[in-house]
Design a protein around this ligand. Structure first.
Ligand code: ATR
Length: 303
């Protein structure tokens, strides 16, 4: 079995096909990540990007079924729409309110591997989430998966968003899905952060502030001290170091970017489709090589 991230797959008469539904998709580094994994495992599988406009999603799924695809990933803007287009949903996908992976057999089953991918990446960064105080910045699609993963693992989660109503609605959804979950919510304001930051052990940035090409943006009010000794997990991976990560490090926090979440959500999908243990290190190397080669995807739930 090869361990070379640049190994190429060969298409044969038996090749199993999986792919990514998105609009746009040309920025994605999931194809090189998965194809490197298939090649390294000696598997006759191939992963293709499919640029599917929102109005064509149902038709694309019918086509994928007719063509015998084995599985699909989904990214912006399809993750929510797929909830009503698949035949069955896992409890995670239903609770998060988004499908990022479809297992295609007799039935199409909608999964969400973002929460599991994030939790693996978090534990890989040395953070055990049970009982910790976590601040989640943002309340969009990525925050739904991160909030679910953290609350389910027993963290105390504060959801803080520029538009506080979205944080309130996400908190209500999480409490409904996970009775007993310790979730609070509020505005991503200097006043609230000044109160909550001192006790925080983990800060997760799920907002797009700081993401390429808007790299000067920062979702943290700079007059508020970043919690010393905390872990910042920024879901952005392009740039590899955001302004928020630099601010956190300068104040004695640790900082990780979102690359390992991208890798682990992909690894979870690989495992689901193939039943084979994913070559995670190789997938990471393939992502790094693709980013050096100019891939410009920027957010670890955006594939
Ligand atoms: P995603 O699916 O990637 O989470 P999204 O649903 O568009 O994308 O959500 C983007 C998140 O980034 C939102 O929480 C957004 O805040 P609003 O709900 O107030 O729009 C947040 N966001 C984007 N730019 C921001 C900025 N400059 N400062 C703070 N938050 C920002």
């Amino acid at each position: 079995m090869g361990r070379d991230a640049t190994l190429k797959i060969a298409i044969t008469g038996h090749t199993s096909l999986v792919g990514l539904l998105g609009w746009p998709v040309e920025h994605s580094i999931s194809p090189p990540m998965h194809n490197a994994a298939f090649a390294s495992c000696g598997m006759d599988w191939c992963y293709l990007p499919f640029a599917v406009p929102p109005g064509a999603l149902a038709e694309a799924l019918r086509g994928a079924r007719a063509l015998g695809l084995r599985g699909l990933n989904a990214t912006v803007p399809h993750k929510q729409a797929l909830l009503s287009l698949v035949d069955a949903l896992t409890p995670e996908a239903r609770a998060i309110g988004a499908v990022n992976t479809i297992l295609m057999g007799e039935e199409l089953t909608g999964h969400n591997t973002d929460a599991a991918g994030f939790m693996r990446a978090l534990r890989g960064a040395g953070c055990e989430p049970g009982g910790i105080r976590a601040l989640v910045l943002g309340a969009g699609g990525a925050a739904r998966a991160i909030g679910y993963g953290l609350a389910q693992a027993g963290a105390y989660v504060a959801l803080l968003n520029r538009t506080p109503e979205r944080a309130a609605s996400l908190a209500a959804d999480l409490r409904a899905a996970l009775p007993g979950a310790a979730v609070e919510h509020g505005a991503l304001s200097a006043a609230l952060l000044t109160r909550l930051a001192p006790g925080a052990e983990l800060v997760v940035n799920t907002t797009s502030a700081g993401m390429w090409p808007h790299t000067v943006a920062i979702p943290w009010p700079e007059e508020v001290a970043f919690p010393h000794g905390a872990l910042l997990f920024d879901l952005i991976y392009n740039p590899a170091e955001t302004r928020l990560m630099a601010l956190a490090r300068a104040q004695g926090a640790r900082a990780e970017n979102g690359l390992m979440m991208l890798v682990h959500q992909g690894a979870e999908a690989f495992r689901l489709w193939t039943g084979v243990e994913p070559p995670v290190d190789l997938m990471e190397a393939a992502c790094r090589a693709a980013l050096r080669g100019g891939g410009d995807a920027a957010h670890s739930d955006g594939r």
